[in-house]
Design a protein around this ligand. Sequence first.
Ligand code: BDR
Ligand code: CA
Length: 307
Amino acid sequence: MKEKRSIIIDTDPGIDDAVAIGIALFSEKLDVKLITTVAGNVGIDIVTNNALKLLRFFGKDVPVAKGCAAALIEPREDASQVHGASGMDGYDFDPPKTELLLKEHAVNAMYRTIMENSEKTTLVPIGPLTNIAILLKLYPEVKEKIDEIVLMGGTLNRGNKGVMSEFNIALDPEAAKIVFSSKLKIVMAGLDVGLKALILPEVSEKVKTLNKTGDMFYALFKKYRGGSFQTGLKMYDSCAIAYLLKPEMYKLTETFVGIELNGSMTRGATLVDLRNYLKEEPNATVCEDIDAEMFKSWFIESVSSCI
Ligand code: BDR
Ligand code: CA
């Protein structure tokens, strides 16, 4: 059997982050070496505690390192209106497993973990890209040991933070620019597929009956405002994990993705140049479409592999 693929999840839990983390931790194909946190859905101390609460819940001893509290340039807003003030409203978690918290900053922990690994590591950012951008600038030598970056962020169409900008990119456009200009292999699972990877009530009800994890996810889903429980909840961050585990569910296109920094109304937009107007070399593989039925079956199967 092929060895497990080494990944680092950079995250801001966040209800859809919690689901993505759970699926990754119980996948037979992934070895989660490290979880790093970044301010995004809520503040840095809360998201870090949330990651540690999830690890206690799942019974997994993965090290956690706390990352950046703010974007490279601008002060940041949060998304507590979507995930609740706690970032994971709806479930009464046991206290965070603080013994898993490293003393190192997320950027240093990522650097060390990547360099110590005999295999190449895949980075899976599912929050704003601040930590990843600093890692690439501070330690450019890591690039040789990064397999690819599979991220949730961006949009081919309209946004969910601005008219044309997606939340993770809009919160730190400069960081996104650094990452998309890095020449590393990048896979972008953006809003477009997230909007189709919907969890409808019948799936939520099914998930609830599967196991303790499904029961916890159901409680979070009842509070999650990323979509609606009745018409479909958006599992954005699981789309990045789904790419790692079942890429055949996606229609993929290699193209250039530009990050808008200066637009007075479009800052943080991802210009996915499908028609090559900008005459730039491709810098990303973009998930253009997803087979929603395949995602649904994959999702149920993945949750049933959890505890
Ligand atoms: C992204 O924003 C956050 O609210 C979600 O966790 C996801 O990573 C979707 O735009
Ligand atoms: Ca997220």
